[in-house]
Design a protein around this ligand. Structure first.
Ligand code: AR6
Length: 170
């Protein structure tokens, strides 16, 4: 699956059609990658998010990206890990599918994702990486309009799990 890449970096620097934000259901900002995206995009992003009236876990909503180099931000609240018996895996897969669906609808050909739910939301990294790569690969198989998807990993440990998951996909 050569249209998927794993890189290490800061997603606020990504020059792509759309970056994904690992948000919460309020869509009104927070810590982690969400905080970094809002800081870098400027207050106009929060103003647009206020008009969206939140988002359900596993779904996604799209905004402009304001001062970021990307064109759009796709906001998705990932599941909080509660042990795995609360539909967490399906909800995480749904995040990736929903974001890519919005990317297709909005003509985005390149999409960068952070590692959704594996920070503050404590989703186990190995499981999350398998679900992310599997969901992205399945989507790309039936959607040629998306040319490139990158996982932008903030640290080496995260990057390692995503590289393993991509290798095992083959
Ligand atoms: N670029 C790429 N990845 C990043 C960046 C960045 N600039 N900053 C952090 N990460 P988290 P979650 C990584 O906690 O688990 C927020 O408060 C981070 O190292 O940001 O989905 C929201 O408002 C980790 O690998 O998101 C929600 O309340 C990954 O991004 C809640 O956190 C996700 O970590 C969402 O929690």
């Amino acid at each position: 699956m050569s249209r998927i890449e794993i890189i290490r970096g800061d997603i606020t620097q990504s020059c792509v059609d759309a970056i994904v934000n690992a948000a919460n259901c309020s869509l009104l900002g927070g810590g982690g990658v969400d905080g970094a995206i809002h800081r870098a995009a400027g207050p106009e992003l929060l103003a647009e998010c206020r008009t969206l009236h939140g988002c359900e876990t596993g779904k996604a909503k799209i905004t402009k990206a304001y001062r970021l180099p990307a064109n759009y931000v796709i906001h998705t609240p990932g599941p909080v890990w509660h042990g795995g018996g609360h539909g967490e895996e399906e909800l995480l897969a749904s995040c990736y599918r929903s974001c890519l669906g919005l990317a297709s609808e909005n003509g985005c050909k390149s999409v960068d994702f952070p590692s959704i739910s594996t920070g503050v939301y404590h989703f186990p990294l190995e499981k999350a990486a398998k679900i992310a790569i599997g969901s992205i690969a399945a989507y790309l198989n039936t959607h040629p309009e998306i040319e490139r998807v990158r996982m932008v990993c903030f640290d080496a440990r995260t990057e390692g799990f995503y590289l393993d998951a991509l290798e095992k996909l083959a």
